[in-house]
Design a protein around this ligand. Sequence first.
Ligand code: PEP
Ligand code: MG
Length: 286
Amino acid sequence: MQAKAVEADGVGLFRTEFLFMSRDTWPDEDEQFEAYKSVVKTMAGKPVTVRTLDVGADKELEGATRAEDNPALGLRAIRFCLSEPKMFLIQLRALLRASHFGKLKILIPMLASSHEIDQTLILLDKARAQLRERKIKFDEAVQVGGMIEVPAAALCLGAFTRKLDFLSIGTNDLIQYTLAIDRGNEAVAHMYNPLHPAVLRLIHMTIQAGAKAGIPVSVCGEMAGDPDCARLLIGMGLRQFSMHPAQILEVKQEILRADAVDLTPKVQRLLKLDEPDRVREAVEKL
Ligand code: PEP
Ligand code: MG
């Protein structure tokens, strides 16, 4: 596995969609369990953050998702899973079973409201009870985190930090939903700007809220793997980066060269800027 080869500290985002794609039937509990167990065992005790099914919009599943006028705003990710509780319970049981074989963390995508967290945690409790009944072992202390990729989540972080064990900022979607730019639409691709001040403020708020609540925050969207953003994110207080293994060495070098004490006040000033072009200039000077 690539992550192990480049000595990553763990797997920050294991996308489970690929298990469900290009097939007519969904994988059953045993098939999912074997897949999750395999990655957890390969990482030999290092944390593996597995994201529950994120389907819809740019991630179509054959026959599963309905035709919607606005799929990115529709029955996507956790919304889809909560609408298919039987399917979701199978995945949650498979994840819990795999947690017995290493350090597995469960990550919930595209949360927008606290009631979605509540419903997810209730289903997780149900999955735990079902496994106990079957006398199957799992990690009782398995951590559950939420992705911050909708502005509503970044603006109501209290509910997230109270109910969850960690947060992971999905910048790909956070940019899309903050700027109202379809991440897959070429016609507006030039306006998809990770350095838009609105995006940066939401990221900063999330990192700060996590620090205040004492819960870990990582960034797992493309921004985390962009060496040009490393100093900016360090200056915002970020200490956990999740990226494609191919980017680790370059970003690690940037991080090792960065001086957080020097960067923090510079980034504070940069966050007050309202014009995207001026933000870009300030980031280049960091
Ligand atoms: C994100 O949105 O930043 C993310 C990591 O998830 P995905 O790209 O799979 O939607
Ligand atoms: Mg996403």
